[in-house]
Design a protein around this ligand. Sequence first.
Ligand SMILES: Cc1cc2nc3c(=O)[nH]c(=O)nc-3n(C[C@H](O)[C@H](O)[C@H](O)COP(=O)(O)OP(=O)(O)OC[C@H]3O[C@@H](n4cnc5c(N)ncnc54)[C@H](O)[C@@H]3O)c2cc1C
Length: 584
Amino acid sequence: MSGRLLSAGLRLPRQVAADGRLDLMRIKCVLPSSHTQRHTSRRIYAQKIQHHQFHAFASLASQSRFGPLKSKKDDRQSSQEELNTAKGQDEPHLSRKEKRRERERRAQERRDQERRDQERQKLAGDEKSHSQKENQPKNETKRREAIRRTLRVVFTLAAGVVLYEMRTLAYWAEPLNNQTFSPFEIVDRQQVSPTAFIITVKPSISGWDGFAGQRKLEWLDNLQHELSRAGTWAVEIKQPELQVARDYTPLPDPDVLSAAHEDNARGRTERTLRLRRDSFFPRFTIPTVKFLIRKTDGGEVSSWLSRRKVGDIVELRGPHQSFNVVGRVGAKEGDKRVVFLAGGTGIAPALQAAGSLFQEHHQAMKQMPRIDIIWANRSREDCRPDNPVIHILEKLKEKSQGRINYVCTVDEERSFITANDIITKTQIASPPSGQPSQTPTTPPPWRKSWFWASPSSPQAPPPAPQTGRSLSNTEKDDADCYFHSPRRLTTSAGEDYEKVDVGKKSNSKWECTCCKKLGGGVSLGKPSFKNLIMVSGPEGFINHFTGPKYWADGKERQGPVGGVIGELARKYPSLASDWLVLKL
Ligand SMILES: Cc1cc2nc3c(=O)[nH]c(=O)nc-3n(C[C@H](O)[C@H](O)[C@H](O)COP(=O)(O)OP(=O)(O)OC[C@H]3O[C@@H](n4cnc5c(N)ncnc54)[C@H](O)[C@@H]3O)c2cc1C
């Protein structure tokens, strides 16, 4: 209690409102009875208070009533200050040091209070955010879960694709290549005569290969298609015990020589779809390779092959392409002829040649050359209708609307191929009534030295081209054109191709230049040789009809034309000028 109030006989009751405010208006004035009794009456004393202290007291009361009281201590302090002011003392009697301490204390209190407030707010904020988190909408969580699941699926798929591609690349060893031997499984074996049999092989693909295996089949199918378009080709089969290999000629499949094998987008799509279907439904055919093989007595590879059974593995290397038959026959002019003399298994290249020409012309059959195949066999059994080779020949004959024809000769029945047969098929003359003339006609001078086989030295390499006189256009034509120059052909090994590149339009290394214009705008006109005589079979067979091949630079060359056909060419100049002879 301040001294002033005490002197006025007042004392402050502890009237604290419920809201923490001190209501000084409710302070009672209490008059000490002792005082009243000793000095004056109540009325006089009240007037005294009114005059001297009431205003200060009321002012203090009004200020305190509306000012917030933070604590009882503050209230007391504040009241003390006010009372001091009312009493005329502006500040309590404190030393400077005490005042400074007091200020610091208050500042500290303010800071503490602020800190407490901040903490309280922060706590309240945390609680709020926590409750917000808890109350996050469920669909948000679901959305995130869905995104995570999608990402997991995408990642798994991508990883699968990458692994598949890596595996495919690893397994992308082509089912057949020129460098190494690739395994093929024998899926069928058929005996067609006492000495001849057909084996069917497919790339050795396990179920584990999956799509990679399917790609191999597709590749093989495309390869066969590419190869069958142009001409003749063969692959090597290895005898693993002796590590020796021999060439064998795949038979064409007449069922795939159709419109489905057109070399356009539709044809390719059809082929791919057929393969996809076949890979999923094994009852359909899958691409295979067929070989007609004759077991030769004492033969290393053919004898070994004759002992193979279905399910055995054989190793193949290739393909090795030889003659581009389509390119050599020349432009599509129709009325051309191809005569094929085949002995025994030599029928296989004949079928390939016929198949390639059919493939080339199947859309315009009238432009297709007429093909006559004379097939020489040892026994009648080889020519039975149930022989698969006869089946292929019949199919080709049917599909080509009769432009492909064949006849069988049988050694046992002494029905050999004769010169008359060649004259008839080539139509170089009307068939002579008796034996063909033994007197050779004079060959054309510009072919004299290198076209004709010399009987005394059949294996002599062809002499150099003649010099010392200007060549006629026809001669230039022959000399310049790889396909139609007999001089070039004489020294050729029959390699008309570079490496087979599946999917390319043409794999031919050489092109016919007969019809191309040379310098000065001189057109050389049509190729001189537009018809083909092809001879394929055992060595003796080839030697008999065309004269022997010869070796040069480590390769077997065609050599000059001799034998029966050489004789005929001497007699019939049109044979020499219009026909090209190929030895296979
Ligand atoms: C491009 C091409 C395609 C061919 N396509 C086919 C085909 O489709 N089908 C087919 O059946 N053939 C084909 N051949 C032939 C085939 O390549 C083989 O030449 C034939 O199968 C014989 O091979 P082989 O290993 O069994 O006989 P080899 O061991 O080569 O023997 C051949 C002959 O020589 C004899 N001989 C071997 N060694 C000796 C010796 N030391 N002394 C005496 N005589 C011996 C054997 O008795 C036998 O008669 C093709 C050849 C080529 C070049």
